[in-house]
Design a protein around this ligand. Sequence first.
Ligand code: PGA
Length: 244
Amino acid sequence: MPKLVVANWKLNPGTEREAVRLARATDARKAVLCPPFPFMGAVRRAVKHAALGGQDAFWKERGPFTGESSASMLRSLGARYVILGHSERRMHLGETDGMIAKKVRAALSAGLRVILCVGEPKEIRRKGLIAAKRFVADQLKKDLSGFYNLKPKTSHLVIAYEPIWAVGTGVPDRPEDSARMAAFIKSFLKSKTYYLEPKVLYGGSVNGRNAAGFFGQRDIDGALVGGASLKPNEFRRILAAARP
Ligand code: PGA
């Protein structure tokens, strides 16, 4: 299976012109580019190969919700994917599992592919991988509540395993440990629905040097890349490592 490489630009770059330059420099068939909302249209026009994704989407389609963007609005801008439940939104914006579950259902109903982020904090991981698995299972249970009733297709759910302590720190997880977690996530979801076998990505300080180590793991189907997605050379190295 080809690996999927998702670029999470977060709150970067500063201008539309820079966004277009970055999009052109990182345009590739197996890439999903997730720019900030204001740059979405310009990035769509700039790329020939990459798919487009949003970094969030609200659970209502329209109405008095100042500052929000809906999944159907993202679709109308050409997005195929949306990142939901990122740890930075959970941390800085108080996103709860209940809110994330509503967003997951709304995005799926609007026809977007959901990239759901889960991952444990350092104090849990310190207790060991079993404690981390328990934490992630609890997040999956809550974030996907009501989701199975929508009879999702396997291709419409992607899980990004991002241990919080590895995000933006320069300290990635060990590929073998994240592969164990990815295998666990797959078997957990399979136990909920006999057919759902989503891709599981690893995210957290992936760069051009360490990407191959993650992609070499059978259960890791790609990467969610933050910082390195803003550096075209680095991102291209990750894409090169993702070649099957
Ligand atoms: P990072 O971010 O690659 O900068 O660690 C990953 C993410 O937040 O998705």
